[in-house]
Design a protein around this ligand. Structure first.
Ligand code: DX5
Ligand code: ZN
Length: 219
C-alpha cells in the first residue's frame, strides 16, 4: 500500500497571504497542490485562471495538480500546461462525446502534462472506462463541483470501488485515483480504505493553526 498523497486545494487558501499558505502546506508535507479553476459556466462559480497559476506554479516544489471545471477544455488545456500544470484534469461532462474526450487527453499529453478526467457525482464511473488505457488519473468528485466546504457524499466511495475492480479485472495499470470534496480525517480514512491514492482537501487544511497535524491525519 503506497503512502497516501495529500493535495491541498488553494481554493480554500487565504489569498491575502497565498504564498505563505502554500509554503505552510509544503512544509507540512503535502506532495501536490490542487488548483481549482472555475469558469462560472461549467460550474456556477468563478475562481481563478492561468495568470494566478503562472505566478504560483514555480514558487514551490509540490506537483501542480490542476482541476479545470470549465467548458471547452480542449481550447484551454495548452494554456494551463504552459502556465505550469503538471497534471491537468478536465471534466467528462464538459465534452460532447467520447471522441472529444480522447482529443483532450491526447492534447494534454502532446503538451507534456499528465491527463486526468473527473466525473461529477451524477455521472456513472463506467462512462470513463473507455479512456482508462490513455489516462494517468481519475478524479472522483465527492461533492458537486463549484465550491469548497461542502459535505462529503459517501455514495461516491462505491464509484471508487467499482473503478478499482474494473482496473483490476482489466489489468489497467498506472492510473492514479484521486477524490475531491469534503475530505477530512474521517472521510479521508473511508476514501483510503476504498482504494484512493490521492486526497484533495481544502477547508479541512487551510485556515487552521494545526496544518501539519491535519495533513498527517489524512494518511
Ligand atoms: C470543488 C473543488 C474541490 C474543493 C475542495 O469544486 O473541486 O477541490 O475545493 O474543498 P473542500 O475540501 O473544502 O471540500
Ligand atoms: Zn478540485
Amino acid at each position: 500500500m503506497n503512502k497516501t498523497i495529500v493535495a491541498p486545494s488553494i481554493l480554500s487558501a487565504n489569498f491575502n497571504h497565498l504564498f505563505a499558505d502554500i509554503e505552510s502546506v509544503e512544509k507540512a508535507g503535502a506532495e501536490w497542490l490542487h488548483f481549482d479553476v472555475m469558469d462560472g459556466h461549467f460550474v456556477p462559480n468563478i475562481s481563478f485562471g492561468q495568470p494566478v497559476l503562472k505566478n504560483i506554479a514555480h514558487s514551490h516544489h509540490m506537483v501542480n495538480d490542476v482541476h479545470i471545471m470549465i467548458s471547452d477544455p480542449y481550447k484551454y488545456a495548452p494554456e494551463f500546461i504552459k502556465a505550469g500544470a503538471e497534471i491537468l484534469t478536465f471534466h467528462y461532462e464538459a465534452c460532447r462525446d467520447d471522441k472529444e474526450v480522447f482529443r483532450v487527453i491526447d492534447l494534454i499529453h502532446e503538451c507534456g502534462a499528465k491527463a486526468g478526467i473527473s466525473v461529477k457525482p451524477d455521472t456513472p464511473i463506467s462512462k470513463i472506462f473507455p479512456f482508462l488505457y490513455s489516462l494517468d488519473l481519475v478524479l472522483v468528485m465527492s461533492v458537486e463541483p463549484g465550491f469548497g466546504g461542502q459535505s462529503f457524499m459517501p455514495d461516491m466511495l462505491n464509484k471508487v470501488v467499482e473503478l478499482k475492480d474494473y482496473m483490476q479485472i482489466n489489468e489497467v495499470k498506472n492510473v492514479i485515483i484521486e477524490i475531491d470534496g469534503g475530505i477530512n480525517k474521517e472521510t479521508g480514512k473511508l476514501a483510503r480504505l476504498a482504494g484512493v491514492d490521492v486526497l484533495v482537501a481544502g477547508s479541512y487544511i487551510f485556515g487552521h493553526d494545526d496544518i501539519k497535524e491535519r495533513i498527517d491525519s489524512l494518511r
